[in-house]
Design a protein around this ligand. Structure first.
Ligand code: ZN
Ligand code: ZN
Length: 153
């Protein structure tokens, strides 16, 4: 079934992310907080390289893209961030307390990312794959197109 999540303000989202990480036994460090803030404040999906540039600027010291990549990976594992495969980039997960196979709507005009959740679609894909003996770890569900704003709607 589709199910809606209230659009969280950035403060609520940071609190939810911090709580989710703590529940997974992972510390909320200054660097992790800064990286998450970059994701939350960006309207677009951001690459590990872009995140490291922005975080280096915020923190006033060089943060290697490798360290950022590891933390983004940790965020994905703990459901704080999602990877947008077609962009090779990351977005903050707006529902860190809730697991979904998120479906991303990627605007090729402005680069904006929206997302919707429909658990029937994800479950159906996983079930069809299982019928073929395939163990699905995570789907990459994306629609490439034009967003409402770019279409002038
Ligand atoms: Zn979702
Ligand atoms: Zn757009």
């Amino acid at each position: 079934m589709t199910h809606a999540h209230p659009a969280p303000g950035s403060h609520e989202l940071v609190e939810a992310a911090r709580a989710t990480l703590a529940a997974g036994g992972v510390q909320w460090t200054e660097l992790r907080a800064q990286i998450f803030a970059v994701l939350v404040e960006s309207a677009h999906a951001v690459s590990a390289y872009d995140v490291s540039e922005q975080v280096s600027f915020r923190m006033g010291r060089r943060i290697a893209a490798n360290s950022v990549y590891r933390i983004l990976d940790l965020f994905v594992t703990h459901n704080l961030a999602k990877r947008v495969e077609s962009r090779n980039a990351y977005v903050a997960n707006v529902h860190p307390a809730c697991r979904h196979d998120c479906i991303f709507l990627v605007c090729e005009a402005c680069g904006g990312i929206e997302h919707l959740d429909d658990d029937r679609l994800g479950a159906e894909m996983r079930a069809r794959a299982a019928d073929l003996g395939f163990l699905a770890k995570r789907p990459a569900l994306e629609l490439i197109g034009q967003c409402r704003r770019c279409r002038g709607l």
